[in-house]
Write a protein that binds this ligand. Structure first.
Ligand SMILES: CC(C)(COP(=O)(O)OP(=O)(O)OC[C@H]1O[C@@H](n2cnc3c(N)ncnc32)[C@H](O)[C@@H]1OP(=O)(O)O)[C@@H](O)C(=O)NCCC(=O)NCCS
Length: 175
């Protein structure tokens, strides 16, 4: 089923949904087990703290940055926020790293492809020349969507998830 979605840039008051996603272990499982240390990261679950006192500042610094794009994926039929996507452009090179997360209860319902199509349009509008992502090879169904949408694998590197080796594909799409 092809879902009808739009991209919605949240206000500071709407950042409750970002907090809800980032504090949900089922949604953040993909982010668990990495040997990174940044403020608020929980290695056991992948969750990241994003308390309300941070929302205003985050909105003011991130959402007003012309090289950063962040939006909720809004289901037009139900009015639900179902996930979020973003890119961060290097203005010197035109390369942008991207991310997309669908909240766990909305997985497998066909939100990724239409959201990615809109993200690609937005990247073009914002002057991105190349959109890049790093995706563990185990996420086969996500990689399939990326390849269908014109991404190519340009490299790979080894990472570790819960101390187990993991192959991560570097993918990119010329815009
Ligand atoms: C990857 C992710 C964004 C996919 O979102 P989603 O809305 O659940 O995906 P969709 O329902 O649109 O499915 C994407 C494709 O995978 C297929 N698919 C979904 N679940 C599947 C499963 N369990 N097994 C096999 N294929 C599956 C779908 O059929 C669809 O293919 P199609 O468009 O050709 O029909 C989501 O799982 C997520 O947020 N994961 C964590 C973050 C992440 O990995 N981000 C992307 C890479 S960094």
């Amino acid at each position: 089923m092809k879902q009808k979605v739009t991209l919605h840039v949240p206000t500071a008051q709407e950042l409750w949904f970002r907090e809800k996603c980032m504090s949900d272990p089922l949604t953040m499982e993909y982010n668990a087990g990495y040997d990174v240390s940044y403020e608020g990261y929980h290695r056991d679950t992948g969750c990241i703290d994003f308390p309300e006192y941070k929302w205003q500042d985050w909105a003011e610094t991130k959402l007003t940055n012309p090289n950063f794009f962040y939006a909720y994926i809004l289901d037009q039929t139900t009015g639900n926020f179902v996930g979020y996507c973003n890119f961060n452009k290097n203005p010197e090179t035109g390369k942008a790293t991207m991310g997309i997360v669908i909240k766990s209860e909305f997985h497998g319902k066909g939100y990724m492809r239409p959201a990615m199509e809109l993200l690609l349009e937005k990247a073009k509008e914002k002057g991105v020349k190349t959109l890049t992502d790093t995706v563990p090879e185990t996420r086969e169904h996500a990689l399939k969507v990326f390849f269908d949408l014109g991404f190519e694998k340009v490299g790979e590197f080894m990472s570790k998830k819960f101390d187990q080796p993991e192959v991560v594909a570097e993918i990119e799409r010329r815009i």
